[in-house]
Design a protein around this ligand. Sequence first.
Ligand code: PPS
Length: 295
Amino acid sequence: MARLDVTETFHGILFPGHLHTQDSLQLALTFQFQDTDILIASYPKSGTTWMQEIVTLISSRGDPHLSQTVPNWARAPWLEQYYSAAVLATSATPRIITTHLPYHLLGPALQNSKVKVIFVSRNPKDVVVSFYHFHKMAKFLPEVHSFPAFLNQFLDGTLHFGSWFDHIKGWTSQKAALNLLHITYEEMSMDLHGTMRRMSSFLQCPLLEDELNNCVKHCSFSSMKDNQMINYTLIPSEIMDHSKGSFMRKGQIGDWKNMFTKEQNQHFQSIFCSKMQDCSLEFVWEKQEKEDSLI
Ligand code: PPS
């Protein structure tokens, strides 16, 4: 399945035709979840792969064998991508499932289920920068030109996978209705050990201290950068041009500061404040003392 130039529009949102079809997207909406399923939901570039690795390692009690021998898309497939039905049919329990779909599309399939939903978010300035760099290497995404134009598309919600604002507000508004744990990229970055402990408790998979330490060791940025099963170097260069960048690019909080001009930051802040006025979430924008980095 190449379809590198195909874009699927589904419920008004664009998806790369390389991995999505109308059928695979439609099937996701009526997916029969099992109560034992673990669902990782995220907007792209928010720490999805990191979370796939963490959940795999916690479920394996810190043993890296699975995470070093099976690609992430085969052990935690994206529900809406065309191959997931075949993968999930033979997955062991608990199944680890990933999605970039917004809540307003996937929500009905989750009603009355006990699925353990882990929603991962990241501050949107770092998301847009990471996404911009990813577009340069991912040949299944539209060619990008200038960063200012890309930033405007992000703020307008017209990039592939839709609006970041709708995505985060949709999922986080369902904390009470779903069995949902919200984890941020920034908390994983600043306290991976503590975050993993919270997650192992949520997943009802208590770990010994040694097992927890092994999980932390194997999902550090440097370990993951060297792990072919998650760094996407297995993907041929016709699909991901590895000469244009790495999937495991920088892995930092606050890299947006190297990209945004003062004017772009002001523009971003004003759109952000207006679109998020009905949302009380706080964001960490740079790696420093908490009080200084929240807006
Ligand atoms: S995708 O394409 O949606 O699956 O991308 P996603 O996995 O959500 O996000 C990719 C970014 O996450 C960074 N990453 C990490 N950062 C720190 N530590 C670890 N272990 C880690 N694993 C992945 C990855 O480098 C991308 O961010 P940027 O800012 O581009 O480096």
